[in-house]
Write a protein that binds this ligand. Structure first.
Ligand SMILES: [Zn+2]
Length: 84
């Protein structure tokens, strides 16, 4: 995953008090933090987008997990199986 793609996946940045800008160092540690979090996430086996599930989540507790195939995102699941 490159930097640009990573930034697209970043949730809204928390605001600092007083509307101050983050320093480069703070931004770097935030990016590092999200990169770490993202590396734990399961990706869709078809399109590769990040799913809400962690790799160590129990597959029985997940939605859109297909036995023998793997984790699908909402969109691919609906494309294949149709709306629930
Ligand atoms: Zn997908």
């Amino acid at each position: 995953m490159d930097e640009k793609e990573l930034l697209n996946h970043l949730p809204l940045m928390p605001h600092k008090e007083g509307g101050k800008k983050f320093t480069k160092k703070e931004l770097e540690s935030l990016v590092e933090y999200f990169r770490n979090e993202l590396s734990k996430k399961e990706t869709c086996v078809l399109c590769g987008s990040i799913t809400p599930y962690n790799k160590n989540d129990d597959i029985n507790m997940r939605e859109h997990y297909v036995e023998g195939a793997g984790q699908l995102c909402d969109k691919c699941f609906i494309d294949i199986y149709g709306e629930k």
